[in-house]
Design a protein around this ligand. Structure first.
Ligand SMILES: NC(=O)c1ccc[n+]([C@@H]2O[C@H](COP(=O)([O-])OP(=O)(O)OC[C@H]3O[C@@H](n4cnc5c(N)ncnc54)[C@H](O)[C@@H]3O)[C@@H](O)[C@H]2O)c1
Length: 256
């Protein structure tokens, strides 16, 4: 378990995997700062967890100074930052001949550059306090692609490269850096994606996506959260630079 005094900063913690992880960390005794664009949802999660254990900070990770401000608020309230979960991710779809340069740039800015900016500040904070753990969210799509996901897939593969390098550069500072690669997880992101196919029923699509996973279901946000809490814990002390697939076996199967 994470030590009682741990302070965790979660980017993208207002819903989905991030909110489940905020709950899992507070259950393990940690204090949590949730940084997210969605104020109403983020405030609600923080209120549910209690003002002594959690706070919400509105933050757009596309703006580096807002990432920095979230760090300031976390340190101000909880004195230090022991764990950072860089979990924001967005998708803009299109084949490379159709996808605009703006969509490509924005995807990389939110999914990758924000994690670089956050890692930079995390390392500075963790050096000050003697170490810590950074968990970055990659994706199954960083390992294998789906059509029209060039920007998302490139950003998520790059997250793993960033993670490995932070891990080896700062192992001597007592900092571990790992990434996770979820398969399809039943979150608002996936539920919204299922509703965008006008010619298909969302429940049929979700069943179809579930069937692609050998476990024949979508993952639960709580299952990803439990893995993140473990990776951040001293029990995972020899794990750094690694990527953990949490994918219901989908990456292990060549032909379905
Ligand atoms: N759900 C899946 O199937 C799945 C699979 C693989 C990887 N992932 C990754 O897991 C992470 C979380 O996904 P999720 O499914 O919980 O998504 P979600 O959309 O339900 O939650 C993402 C959170 O990020 C926040 N966010 C988006 N843009 C932001 C910005 N610019 N600044 C600050 N916050 C912002 C959203 O408000 C939301 O609270 C993402 O990085 C995603 O790419 C998800």
């Amino acid at each position: 378990m994470v030590p009682q005094i741990s302070s965790v900063l979660i980017f993208g913690g207002a819903r989905g995997i991030g909110a489940a992880t905020a709950r899992a960390f507070t259950d393990s005794g940690a204090r949590v700062t949730i940084a997210d664009l969605l104020a109403e949802e983020g405030e609600a999660v923080a209120a549910e967890l209690g003002s002594d254990r959690a706070q919400f900070v509105r933050c757009d990770v596309a703006e580096p100074q807002q990432i920095s401000a979230a760090y300031d608020r976390a340190v101000e309230k909880f004195d230090a930052i022991n764990v950072v979960f860089n979990n924001v991710g967005i998708a803009r779809y299109g084949t490379v001949d159709e996808l605009s340069l703006d969509d490509w740039d924005f995807t990389l800015r939110v999914n990758l550059t924000a994690q670089f900016v956050s890692c930079k500040r995390a390392v500075q904070e963790m050096k000050r306090t003697g170490g810590g753990v950074i968990v970055n969210t990659a994706s199954i799509l960083g390992h294998a692609s789906q059509k029209t996901t060039a920007a998302y897939a490139a950003s998520k593969a790059a997250v793993m490269g960033l993670t490995r390098t932070v891990a080896i550069d700062h192992a001597g500072d007592g900092i571990r850096c790992v990434s996770i690669s979820p398969g399809t997880i039943d979150t608002p992101l996936v539920q919204i994606a299922a509703r965008t196919f006008k010619d298909r029923k969302p429940e049929d699509l979700e069943r179809e996506w579930a069937a692609h996973h050998p476990l024949n279901r979508l993952g639960k946000p709580e299952e990803v959260a439990a893995a993140v809490v473990f990776l951040a814990s001293p029990q995972a002390g020899f794990i750094t630079g690694s990527d953990l697939l949490i994918d219901g076996g989908i990456r292990s199967e060549l032909y379905a």
